[in-house]
Write a protein that binds this ligand. Structure first.
Ligand code: FAD
Length: 406
């Protein structure tokens, strides 16, 4: 059911837009490109460290900082290296943001540089080493040689801007969807009831992030042998003909592990319980596969490597309590994703996993005038291309509604 919010809400004196897009991944920017070309002057909030993901979305986490540094977009802050400390990490990132803004630059997070102690040179080497790189997006049509995730999102952003999108490097922290126009607040202003801005329509493109386990060693080898997307990373050379592990017992774990058998020498599936939650047919296909070993009642405890790439996992048999090393060159988490829906909690319909519900075949949410696109409403495909596709749908639907109402 689509609810029609009351009309006649207050229009902001600060800023009113026909359409506001929240999120700057492939979904948000595709929506912006369509809306800007339709002359609707979209405003896109690209966010800053929303849900641990910065402007540009998940794909910017595929490339390390060094290239950004070279391009002069951002720079490391000496002395700020914060392995594992989220408080320090936040402080470092906030410092980078304000420094970038001061220089008129766009803040791009320095995940690799800030989160680990790896020297930038090593990061650069990995980034440019075609044999090992995890960072290229190789399945987005139009880039036959692949393209770095950050570079691709830069192109999305340039295209949005070229047609007149206003891009704001801030996070939207509060939404009121009870009346139209809808009200929203920027981060830091949410306690001031009068500080709202308004929009006739809103496109939620806030994305999702993979759940992680925070194992010792995980941060160090994240994207250096550890991934949360088999379809994105399974085919890269560091995983080919190597033993790999998948953690999870549901449908997506079964699917990811089966997918990885195409490339891996062997796939171990680590399951805490004595059974899979996956559907019978998928569980059967998985357990019958000659390249798959399911390790029941097993938990991973530590990720170990050579300082550059993952080499093994310490695993525990939960029945005997014994630990041992499992040599694997890749670890894939399949323990679910967290859609970024805090803004709309309690206001909009979500499914049991928290994803925004849209009417099948459309981008329409349970509130008229609010559309959703990308990973925030898609727990099945979770790809850049499908996100872009749904961003286009959201834009065309917003455009149609605006012109109907004019
Ligand atoms: P996201 O990319 O998640 O972007 C959402 C954006 O919204 C972020 O910028 C976030 O900061 C912002 N945001 C969130 N909340 C707010 C707020 N309140 N205010 C303002 N902004 C906000 N897919 C592929 O097709 N090919 C690949 O090779 C590939 N590789 C990947 C590698 C990695 C490491 C990861 C993590 C994912 C990969 N994916 C790949 C998946 C792909 O990145 C996602 O499917 C896609 O980015 C989803 O796009 P999105 O627009 O829905 O949102």
């Amino acid at each position: 059911d689509v609810k029609e919010p009351k009309a006649g809400g207050v229009t902001s004196k600060k800023m009113h837009s026909q359409v506001v897009i929240i999120g700057s991944g492939p979904a948000g920017h595709t929506a912006a490109i369509y809306l800007a070309r339709a002359n609707l002057k979209p405003v896109l909030f690209e966010g800053f460290m929303a849900l641990g993901v910065a402007a540009g979305g998940q794909l910017t986490t595929t490339t390390d900082a060094t290239r950004n540094e070279e391009k002069g977009r951002t720079f490391p802050l000496p002395g700020i290296r914060t392995p594992g400390s989220s408080e320090m990490k936040q402080a470092a990132l906030a410092a980078i943001a304000s420094q970038c803004r001061g220089n008129g630059q766009r803040p791009v997070p320095l995940f690799e540089y800030v989160n680990t102690d790896k020297p930038a040179a090593a990061a650069l080497k990995r980034n440019t080493d075609g044999d090992k790189g995890l960072e290229k997006v190789e399945n987005f049509p139009g880039f036959p040689d692949g393209i770095g995730g950050s570079e691709m999102m830069d192109k999305f952003r340039l295209q949005s801007e070229r047609f007149g999108t206003t891009i704001i490097t801030e996070t939207v922290s509060k939404l009121d969807l009870s009346m139209r126009p809808f009200k929203y607040w920027r981060e830091g202003e949410e306690d001031d009831e009068t500080a709202f801005e308004t929009a006739d329509t809103i496109i939620m493109a806030t994305g999702a992030s993979a759940k992680r386990m925070n194992l010792p060693g995980e941060e160090e080898y994240w994207q250096s042998g550890i991934s949360a997307c088999a379809v994105c990373d399974g085919a890269v050379p560091i995983f080919r003909n190597k033993p790999l592990a998948v953690i999870g017992g549901g449908d997506s774990a079964a699917e990811e592990a089966t997918y990885l058998t195409k490339y891996a020498s062997h796939v171990y599936v680590l399951v805490r319980r004595g059974e899979l939650r996956a559907s019978k047919i998928m569980a059967k296909r998985l357990t019958a596969h000659p390249k798959v070993t399911v390790l029941w009642h097993t938990a991973a405890e530590e990720c170990k490597g050579d300082g550059d790439l993952l080499q093994s996992l310490t695993i525990r048999d939960l029945q005997t309590n014994e630990t041992r090393d499992l040599p694997v060159n890749g670890l894939f988490y399949a323990i679910g994703h967290e859609p970024a829906t805090n803004l709309v909690k309690g206001q909009i319909e979500t499914d049991s996993d928290g994803y925004i519900r849209t009417i099948p075949g459309t981008a329409q949410t349970s509130i008229k005038g609010v559309f959703a696109a990308g990973d925030v409403q898609d727990k099945k495909y979770r790809q850049a291309i499908t996100s872009a596709g749904s961003g286009c749908m959201a834009a065309l639907e917003a455009e149609r509604l605006i012109s109907e109402e004019e």
